[in-house]
Design a binder for this molecule. Structure first.
Ligand SMILES: [Zn+2]
Length: 268
C-alpha cells in the first residue's frame, strides 16, 4: 500500500510504488534525533515525508542505508541542502552504512545511476549520490533519545547489507536480507551459510515482534521463515517451494539465484 503510515510510537513507514516493485522507507523519531532508514530511488520519492517536517526540522537527522542498491540510496538529496529546491528542510548529521557500502559509491552506484538515466530519461535527473560518512564493520548502536536503534551487518543479498532493530518496539527492519516470495542473491561471493545463520538468530530472538522488510509483506518473526527455507534449498541444490504464480520480476530473480547458487556450489 503506497503512502505514509504510522508503524509504532515515533515510527512511520513510507511505501513507494516503483515501476517493477514496491520499496519502503522507515522514519524513526526520538526526542533528539530522527533516523531515516533508506531514501528510495530519487529525491521526489521522499516528498510524502512533508507532514513529518516538524519532526525533521527540530532534530538531527541520521540517514541509514540498508545497502548501496539504487532503490535504497538515491533519494537522500531531498533531505540535504545540496538540493536547490529541497522540499523538506532537514539537517543531515550523518549518513550511516556498513564499511562495504563506501566503495560502491565509487563503482556500481554511479554506474547504475547512469544506466537508469539512459533507460528513463528525465526521471533521475535530480539524483545526487551521497555516500555514507559514518560506517561500521559489525554493529552500531544509535541513541535517538528515548528510542534505540541497533544496526547489524547481515551480508548475503549484498556484501554491505545490514538490518536494524528497535528494542523498545520489537521492530526488526530486514532491509533486503528477507523477502517474500524470495530474496535476491546479488553477490557472487555470498555465503548462504552465514546469511541463513544471521536470519535464524533474529528468527529465534523473542524480542522481535514485527518484521518489516524493504520489499514484500511485513509480518511477525515467522515471516523470516520463507526466506530461510528458500536459502536452505538454494544451498542444498533442492528446488525451493514457491508460489505457483509469481510476477515476472521474481521469476527472473529466481532464475538468476539458481544460476548463482549453482556456481557457488561448484566452487565449494
Ligand atoms: Zn532493494
Amino acid at each position: 500500500m503506497a503512502g505514509l503510515q504510522a508503524c509504532c510510537p515515533g515510527g512511520h513507514v513510507l511505501a513507494l510504488e516503483l515501476a517493477d516493485f514496491a520499496v519502503r522507507v522507515v522514519v524513526l523519531a526520538g526526542s533528539r534525533r530522527v533516523l531515516v532508514f533508506d531514501t528510495g530511488s530519487r529525491p521526489q520519492d521522499l516528498a510524502p515525508l512533508q507532514p513529518l517536517q516538524p519532526l525533521l526540522a527540530g532534530r538531527e537527522v541520521l540517514v541509514v542505508y540498508s545497502h548501496g542498491d539504487w532503490d535504497h540510496v538515491q533519494g537522500t538529496a531531498a533531505l540535504a541542502r545540496v538540493q536547490a529546491r529541497a522540499e523538506i528542510r532537514a539537517e543531515i548529521q550523518a549518513v550511516i552504512a556498513h564499511d562495504a557500502c563506501v566503495p560502491r559509491f565509487l563503482d556500481d552506484a554511479p554506474r547504475r545511476l547512469d544506466q537508469l538515466r539512459r533507460e528513463s530519461p528525465g526521471l533521475y535527473d535530480d539524483v545526487i549520490l551521497i555516500p555514507p560518512d559514518l560506517t561500521f564493520s559489525h554493529a552500531m548502536t544509535l541513541d535517538l533519545g528515548g528510542l534505540t536503534v541497533t544496526l547489524h551487518h547481515l551480508p548475503g543479498h549484498t556484501a554491505d547489507s545490514l538490518v536494524a532493530f528497535v528494542p523498545e518496539h520489537g521492530l526488526f527492519l530486514a532491509g533486503d536480507t528477507a523477502e517474500i516470495p524470495l530474496p535476491c542473491v546479488d553477490w557472487e561471493d555470498a555465503s548462504l551459510e552465514h546469511w541463513i545463520a544471521g536470519l535464524q538468530r533474529w528468527r529465534d530472538d523473542a524480542r522481535v515482534v514485527r518484521v518489516l522488510p524493504s520489499h514484500g509483506p511485513a509480518g511477525g518473526r515467522e515471516s523470516l521463515d520463507p526466506t530461510i527455507r528458500y536459502l536452505q534449498a538454494l544451498r542444498e541444490g533442492r528446488p525451493p517451494l514457491l508460489p505457483e504464480a509469481m510476477p515476472a520480476f521474481y521469476q527472473e530473480t529466481h532464475q538468476a539465484n539458481l544460476e548463482r547458487a549453482a556456481r557457488m556450489r561448484s566452487r565449494a
